[in-house]
Design a protein around this ligand. Structure first.
Ligand SMILES: [Zn+2]
Length: 337
């Protein structure tokens, strides 16, 4: 397994940005090359992230908080700090650093142009020296998402019959139970596409589902994942290592689906599969086959839907979780054509 510092580099590189602390922070170095790099620069991560021999304490003598320099709405910010520190976004606790001090922050699709990252001490503990007041400002670019329109049978838009309603309720119960589980590995956080194929529908598009008859009403929602157009029966692989929180062949909206917890609050959902080979509780490695693509659940044709959820692990309920643009987490095009 790669050292955790390598994971930070992989993720920062995937985000097309270096990792730097805020130059105005009182505890940050006065004029480090990373802090003074132009916004949007693709300069490499700071030396501290490339030297595994440095302890967390040594890193703090340099800066207690280093984060990606730039991000996109609906994307991720990766930060390095002290182990177990609570990381805040615009003043609100949103993540906790792992035992190696690596934290991932998910951004909503409407994130303001400057994301202010701060630190809070672990619960019931005093703040280590130099941590109080540490902050990093990350420039966040705006999204330009499209709109799309789909004609669907009423039962694909929302449950219509008692049987469909019961099916949807059972599916919700399975998901709610599974999402109570949390896996916190210290492995790599690089992602690859879960299938080889053309991206047919990007994350973030506003979709209107139009019923194919007048017996029900339509719906509008945001496409919360990335669609890859592949024929039924195409191999689906794990985008990154993790633990399978739920593997089910017949969820109401998702169809055959596999939920993989990658740790640090990130969870992949692969949907519409014709065959599910992974099993709940499985530990999978990146690239491991987990089933075959299909057209199950709410779909208009065969494809793989990859959703990437950022779970606010400090929140009391999962309603505050965010869907992240999976394309912004890709570190490789190994899974693409
Ligand atoms: Zn989709």
């Amino acid at each position: 397994m790669k050292p955790i510092v390598a994971a930070a580099i992989v993720v920062c590189a995937a985000l097309a940005s270096g990792c730097a602390s805020d130059p105005v922070s009182s505890s940050a170095p006065p004029s480090s090359p990373q802090a003074s790099a132009p916004r949007g620069s693709t300069s490499p991560p700071p030396a501290v992230a490339t030297d595994p021999s440095r302890s967390a304490e040594a890193q703090v003598s340099r800066s207690p908080l280093e984060c990606s320099q730039t991000a996109l709405q609906g994307g991720l910010i990766v930060c390095r700090t002290l182990p177990l520190m609570v990381v805040t976004l615009d003043g609100h606790p949103i993540a906790r650093a792992d035992l190696q001090g690596l934290a991932v922050v998910g951004l909503p699709r409407d994130q303001p142009p400057i994301a202010v990252i701060g630190l809070a001490p672990p619960l019931d503990q005093p703040a280590p020296f130099g941590v109080r007041g540490a902050r990093a400002e990350v420039m966040v670019s705006s999204r330009t998402d499209g709109v799309s329109r789909f004609v669907m049978a009423c039962g694909k838009i929302a449950p219509q019959t008692d049987e469909e309603t019961r099916h949807a309720q059972i599916s919700e119960g399975k998901k709610s139970q599974a999402l109570k589980g949390v896996y916190s590995p210290s492995g790599d956080l690089s992602f690859i596409l879960p299938a080889r194929g053309r991206t047919s529908s990007p994350f973030g598009a506003v979709r209107t589902y139009v019923p194919d008859n007048a017996s029900c009403q339509g719906r509008t929602s945001v496409h919360n994942g990335l669609d890859i157009a592949v024929p039924t029966g195409t191999e689906v692989i794990a985008p990154a290592a993790g633990v399978v929180l739920l593997a089910d062949p017949d969820l109401y909206f998702e169809g055959g689906a596999v939920f993989i917890d990658h740790g640090r609050g990130l969870l992949s959902v692969l949907m519409h599969m014709s065959r599910v080979d992974a099993r709940t509780g499985d530990q999978v490695v990146q690239g491991q086959p987990i089933g075959l693509s299909g057209a199950t659940g709410r779909v208009t044709g065969p494809h793989v839907h990859w959703g990437l959820k950022f779970r606010k692990l400090l929140a009391a309920d999962r309603d505050q979780d965010l869907w992240i643009d999976p394309s912004l987490a890709l570190s490789s095009t190994a899974g693409s054509q």
